[in-house]
Design a protein around this ligand. Sequence first.
Ligand SMILES: [Zn+2]
Length: 204
Amino acid sequence: MANGSLGKPTTILKPIASLRLAIHTAQTSALLYSASEIEVLDNDSLAAHPFLRKLGPDILDPDVTVQQVQQRLQDRRFARRQLGSLLLNQQFLGGLGNYLRSEILFVSRSQPAQRPQDLTPAQQQQLAEAILAVSRQSYQHNGITNDLQRVQQLKDQGFKRAAYRFWVFNRDGQPCYRCGQTIGKAIAGGRRYYFCPRCQGITL
Ligand SMILES: [Zn+2]
């Protein structure tokens, strides 16, 4: 890796992991290190793979719509699962991670103990919209899920990334950006979870 801007000699990184798979295009490369098992599949074998065929739609697939996510919330396989675990279930949707769970529940004003069947159709739609909008914004803006206008204001005021990146994740003890209430932290589905008690109607 070159470090030319500082005028220092090029740093040679020691290999700390073995390269197992490299996919190159004219513009970029995808490198996979240290994987113990690799399978390269075509569409037919992907559809037959015992684990991968169960994965839900990829949230970053631009063809996935709010309506499809809402239908999935109403699907019998998922409608009775608590949102706190459902949002981390890759069979529901592929690609949702732990920080997105807190951010999506906050933006849609939902609670981890609620199940899709507890929500009105309007609330289900609100949740489906938040699932796609928060995930896609995070992907396009380097992991930032907070309101982008607010992010710019906070940057202009000199705040660091840790202060403006999220609505609630990692912000326990700090004021909610919407209402000023203190952000709380709990464990849901075995993973840490952050919320605004007032915006989300959560009492501990
Ligand atoms: Zn709030």
